[in-house]
Design a protein around this ligand. Structure first.
Ligand SMILES: [Zn+2]
Length: 529
């Protein structure tokens, strides 16, 4: 009797669906403006999601079991893909809340040469925990070099080079999407171009890409860009000049030249792109102001030992003064803002200038250098460097092969003193730079954070709103979307993002994170089970 009744109900349902031409699915975005991610102008319509995919796009769709999400006056875009993310805190913050709140649904970790050396174990662990966003990874050259050569400031022996190549191959088999370098940092700074080419070739042969924190982003920027282009050519590998910028007053305006180099490389058939965060300040360790030779062998102990020698100390200080005046320091202690500073937490958010005054010192570059040495001797600090020009930010943003990437660290709300990019990157590009300033169109802004990075990673089923694609989506108000985080008050979520969907599930709605996490681990082109 029961089966018979069920059969009748089923038959009735099928007839009903057929006769009403109603669809089935899980969610229906009704009456939305659709930015498909390709850069084309927006269209209007309805979108049905079933399982983890986009099932149907059209006009006046109806869906009998779907949960309807009213999209009136709202816009739908593919989920934002962050090609430069510091994902180390994920095991502690698996929700990836800071990323989700700004519409990011996929992030690429392992930038700047730093990644877990055993990527397979790490990714398996993340998979077990379950992440709020989709996670992809690069294998980092600094990590590989440290594993094989510690912090030695010399060229590798043939055996050491072979060991590093093997680690690149292993990383690719573990699921990396390519290799990253951080040639400004230890020990990458000790590596010559030929070493990077040799290792990048291994990644290239396995379908990987190369992303680089250039050797210099200040005075040596042009040479740094040229080096990356040489690597693109000689290793035959797609390249990203990551967090592209021209830092330090003497270099302002030089993005004209760096972008011309990118264009000429592309015209010569090389696959070179850049990414960028939309701010006029960078964030990194205070040690970036210290000449690399002074940190060889160790950032703390070896450095402290050198500082005991008055002659060495003088030349370290001279190097820092030079960097304060001409490079990341921006020529002014008011441009160097202390961020995480365990030794003197009351100075977090304050400037090197304030610290000098507190110590009763004149705020000169020399005294600033003295404080930088003190900070490093007390286990360092991180700092925000306000030394990038707005014109360069806008010029880079307008380049057709510039993507948006945060360079942000996954952050728990109200913890620490981060760069505002951790909460604001994507909404800032759409709201501030595209809508309010008109630097690029909104459709183009969205292309730079969806289909362009997806194509760079070779992700064929994400980054575009199209039937059959994975349903990573952001529903936002075009009028309201804006970043709120500032350098003074970084812990402010953006406004205007209504819904974030990850793999067909609602991860964020009305400012509330879902209890469940829907991200998956994405494995690169050479992944072997
Ligand atoms: Zn970097």
């Amino acid at each position: 009797m029961k089966t018979k009744l069920a059969f009748i109900i089923l038959l009735f349902s099928i007839t009903y669906v057929y006769s009403c031409r109603e669809d089935t699915g899980d969610y229906l975005f009704k009456d939305v403006k659709i930015y498909d991610g390709t850069g084309s102008s927006a269209t209007h319509g309805d979108v049905i999601i079933e399982g983890d995919r986009i099932k149907k796009i059209g006009d006046d769709l109806s869906c009998m079991v779907c949960e309807t999400i009213d999209g009136k006056d709202l816009s739908l875009a593919p989920g934002f893909i962050d090609l430069h993310a510091h994902l180390e805190p994920l095991p502690l913050i698996p929700s990836a809340e800071s990323a989700l709140f700004m519409g990011c649904t996929t992030a690429l970790g392992g930038p700047d040469g730093g990644s877990p050396i055993n990527l397979r174990n790490y990714l398996d662990t993340l998979n077990q925990i379950g992440m709020g966003i989709n996670v992809a990874y690069l294998i980092g050259h600094n990590s590989i070099r440290t594993e094989v050569m510690h912090l030695d400031g010399r060229a590798p022996t043939p055996e050491e080079l072979e060991s590093m190549k093997e680690l690149v191959r292993q990383g690719m088999k573990d699921g990396a999407f390519g290799i990253s370098t951080g040639l400004k940092y230890l020990p990458g700074t000790f590596a010559k171009t030929d070493e990077i080419i040799a290792l990048s070739k291994e990644a290239s042969l396995m379908g990987g890409i190369y992303t680089s924190h250039l050797r210099e982003e200040g005075l040596g920027l042009i040479e740094g860009v040229e080096e990356a282009i040489t690597i693109a050519r000689d290793a035959d590998i797609p390249v990203v000049l990551t967090h592209h910028k021209a830092i330090g007053l003497p270099m302002w305006g030089r993005s004209v030249q760096t972008l011309a180099l990118v264009d000429s490389a592309r015209n010569a058939g090389l696959d070179v792109m850049v990414d960028q965060y939309p701010y006029t300040a960078s964030f990194t360790g205070i040690s970036v102001l210290i000449p690399a030779w002074a940190l060889e062998g160790g950032r703390y102990e070896a450095f402290a030992k050198r500082c005991e020698d008055p002659k060495l100390r003088d030349s370290i200080k001279a190097g820092i003064v030079y960097n304060i005046l001409n490079d990341r320091g921006g020529g002014d202690l008011k441009r160097i803002q202390l961020a995480k500073f365990n030794w003197k937490p009351h100075l977090e958010g304050k400037y090197l200038y304030d610290w000098a005054l507190e110590e009763g010192m004149e705020p000169t570059a020399e005294n600033g250098a003295e404080l930088v040495i003190q900070a490093q001797l007390h286990r360092g600090a991180s700092a925000i460097y306000h030394a990038i020009s707005e014109e360069d930010v806008m010029r880079i943003m307008a380049h057709p092969f510039a993507m948006v990437a945060s360079d942000g660290r996954i952050t728990a709300f109200e913890k620490g003193f981060p760069h505002p990019r951790v909460h604001g990157t994507f909404p800032r590009v759409i709201g501030h730079y595209a809508r309010d300033k008109g630097v690029i169109s909104i459709a183009e802004a969205i292309r730079k954070m969806t289909s362009l990075p997806a194509s760079r990673l070779g992700l064929r089923d994400r980054g575009v709103i199209k039937v059959g694609q994975k349903a990573d989506l952001v529903l936002f108000s075009e009028d309201k979307i804006i970043d709120k985080a500032t350098f003074e008050q970084p812990h402010q979520y953006p406004e205007g993002i209504e819904v974030v969907m990850v793999n067909g599930q609602i991860a964020l709605q009305n400012g509330q994170l879902s209890a469940e996490r829907y991200g998956i681990i994405l494995r690169g082109p050479a992944f072997e089970r």
